[in-house]
Write a protein that binds this ligand. Sequence first.
Ligand SMILES: [Fe+2]
Length: 235
Amino acid sequence: MKKKVIPIEVDLHSHLIPNIDDGSQSMEQSLEMIRALSSHGVKKLITTPHIHPRYPNTPEIIMNGLKKLQGELQKKEIEIELEAAAEYYVDESFSKKVQDGGQILSFGNKYVLVEAPFQNKPIDFESVMFDLKSKGYHPVLAHPERYQFLEGSLDWLQQLRASGVLFQVTLGSISGYYGTIPAKLSSQLLKSGMVDFLGSDLHRLTHIEYFKKGLQSKEVQKVIESGSIKNAELL
Ligand SMILES: [Fe+2]
């Protein structure tokens, strides 16, 4: 008999609000993606539109989009819990917002999803993480396995983690959607017990196949079974 796949139950990283970032480009696409996630056992979605120089979203834009999407879910009788936060690109403007006590969209236990630039190692990243923590937030680094400046090394990630930054690994990385280096790094992170959350980072429906393969992989099922992943705490 085929072994039952244990789902992540809560997905805390996705781009499902239409037309505000590089994720969903229509309400129809959003509903398709939500249906697909639900069919893989996701009961609750905390969707995280980019707040990035290229997508200068505000909490107001995100919350308005959330309301519309929730309305459509109700109309279509799609039963899933939907909340929103954001994926914050860590730059000067974010750093200033944290220092000035500006509005930060967090979820669960004051978790804040942050991303670093992909190509170049960010200079002040550690100090922004420190500032976030001193304001009572718990930073969660999105897809640590995908940063190219790491050049396959876990050193920087180990330092970050030791300073209290949590990690969200993307399921599509494990199944190879982002190439061999992220696949290898995500596997090392899982084996070293350095993964706090698993996420879909779903931008479009085609990502769902990789999400599914990642979820079904032995190494992912093993960490979910071990109880070391915090996703279900967000229910
Ligand atoms: Fe993302």
